[in-house]
Design a protein around this ligand. Structure first.
Ligand SMILES: *Cc1c(COP(=O)(O)O)cnc(C)c1O
Length: 464
């Protein structure tokens, strides 16, 4: 290639205005929201990086697919198109559509978990952990040691710790009904898992006759990192790589709001006939008939197209580059981030950036509030508000205090990213004035979604 600029590989056909607010307005909005960014009105946000889940832009081909949607209750054409696409990519036999990822997790937990079980994973996502714990089982996080060190440069920091996995299987395999690997490792910084690691984990699981499941939300981004970072994969297409990743698994849960490139949807895929029977019954009980599973026919069409588009090389190259670009600029400015940048988000290491705030005062939560106050940018805390409560209700500090800036797919352009760089540069310059937070009220499960907080010292930033 003669030219090096990696461009957005699309042009824009429909636009959605975003609204500027004043700092005064944002200050008031924060107070009304109990200092919880989840409780803001989205129209008060300028650049919304809360999540990459369901927030992407669909393509013209997906919108055209929606018009083809077959809304038959049973046996809809759209289901078969969806099923065929997912079977082709995953090689798995039974494909159960669900309204989103956590429904697939809940159904699986209901059919395979019992009290006292242990589920190892590189790192459980919050909904996965909650579904496992609500079945009375233990969600065991065993990432490799590098995965817990924000600044260690390892190409596959999402890898599961194979020694730890072997240990738990040796000691307790009858209590382990399945093993998960999350690709990419969202809660661990959006970090990829290598093919070698998935293969080795699957061999261990097979030796103990325990099924391996992929939490496959970002399977296409993971395939891209394997292609660009793992020896021997440069000449394979993302689709071929994805196919090999799934070949090592006996099942998968998926939030199609991520690499399904759609605003809603998910699936549970599995090979085992008995397990599938139980899961289908659960699906009927809470989601819907197995050929729509909580989705409209048009959603299934959009998803069938979306899974293919997520594996497009030009798209994946642009996707990885737009996240990497922000990462490079932040590293230049001395903002501590999880390195190397992951696939869907930049994670700022708030424990290091705000090292004057004790972990018990939620430094990452405070930083995310300041990014909104100063720049109208919404991010999300992945730290002790999200993960700092044990099932028995006691506080436990999280492994890391991160602020995640997640990129919706095909939504923002480079000038939005340049604006973000400016906001972060300013916030970094005033970091010593940022103060900690305390929780005023919070539920015991998934408390970050609805907790209300207040600044420990009365104001978020010294001097207001
Ligand atoms: C988003 C996500 C889920 C849950 O999916 P929902 O669609 O939000 O229910 C599970 N695991 C991972 C890794 C995720 O990123």
């Amino acid at each position: 290639m003669k030219f090096n600029t990696i461009i957005e590989p699309f042009r824009i056909k429909a636009v959605e205005p975003i609204r500027r607010t004043t700092r005064e307005e944002r200050k008031r909005a924060l107070e009304e929201a109990g200092f919880n960014l989840f409780l803001l009105r989205a129209e008060d946000v300028l650049i919304d990086l809360l999540t990459d889940s369901g927030t992407g832009a669909m393509s013209s081909a997906q919108w055209a697919g929606m018009m083809r949607g077959d809304e038959s209750y049973a046996g809809a054409r759209s289901f078969y198109r969806f099923e065929e696409t997912v079977q082709e990519i995953t090689g798995l036999k039974h494909i159960l559509p669900t309204h989103q990822g956590r429904a697939a997790e809940r159904i699986l937990a209901r059919c395979v978990l019992k009290e006292g079980d242990i589920v190892p994973n590189n790192t459980h996502f919050d909904t996965t952990r909650a579904n496992i714990e609500s079945a009375g089982a233990t969600a065991l996080d065993i990432p490799i040691a590098e995965g817990r060190k924000p600044d260690s440069l390892h190409p596959f920091k999402g890898n599961i710790d194979l020694d730890a996995l072997e240990r738990v299987l040796c000691e307790d395999s009858e209590r382990v009904p399945l093993v998960f690997i999350t690709v990419t490792n969202n809660s661990g910084g959006g970090q990829p898992v290598s093919m070698a690691n998935i293969r080795a984990a699957s061999e261990l699981c097979r030796a103990f006759d325990v099924p391996l499941f992929l939490d496959a939300c970002r399977f296409a981004e993971n395939a891209w990192f394997i292609k660009t970072r793992e020896e021997g994969y440069a000449d394979y297409s993302p689709r071929e790589i994805a196919r090999e990743m799934f070949a090592y698994a006996q099942g998968a849960t998926m939030s199609a709001k991520k690499d399904g490139m759609s605003n809603i949807g998910g699936f549970l895929a599995l090979d085992d006939d008995d397990m599938a029977r139980c899961c289908k019954n659960e699906l009927i009980l809470t989601e819907g008939f197995p050929t729509y599973g909580g989705l409209a026919g048009y959603d299934l069409e959009a998803l069938a197209v979306g899974f293919e588009e997520a594996l497009d090389e030009d798209y994946l190259r642009y996707r990885a580059r737009s996240v990497g670009y922000l990462g490079d600029r932040l590293v230049e400015m001395g903002v501590p981030i999880v390195r190397p940048p992951g696939g869907h988000a930049i994670y700022i290491d708030a424990k290091q950036m705000l090292n004057h705030i004790p972990q018990s005062e939620y430094p990452a939560w405070a930083l995310s509030l300041v990014l909104y106050l100063e720049g109208g940018v919404r991010s999300v805390e992945i730290g002790s508000v999200m993960f700092g409560m044990s099932p028995d209700g006691t506080e436990r500090p999280a492994e890391m205090e991160l602020v995640r800036l997640a990129f919706p797919r095909r939504v923002y352009t480079q000038s939005h990213v340049d604006y973000l760089v400016e906001v972060l540069e300013y916030v970094h310059s005033i970091r010593e004035k940022i103060r900690g937070m305390r929780i005023v009220e919070a539920p015991t499960v998934l408390r970050h979604f609805s907790a209300r907080l207040e600044p420990v010292g009365g104001t978020l930033i010294d001097g207001g």
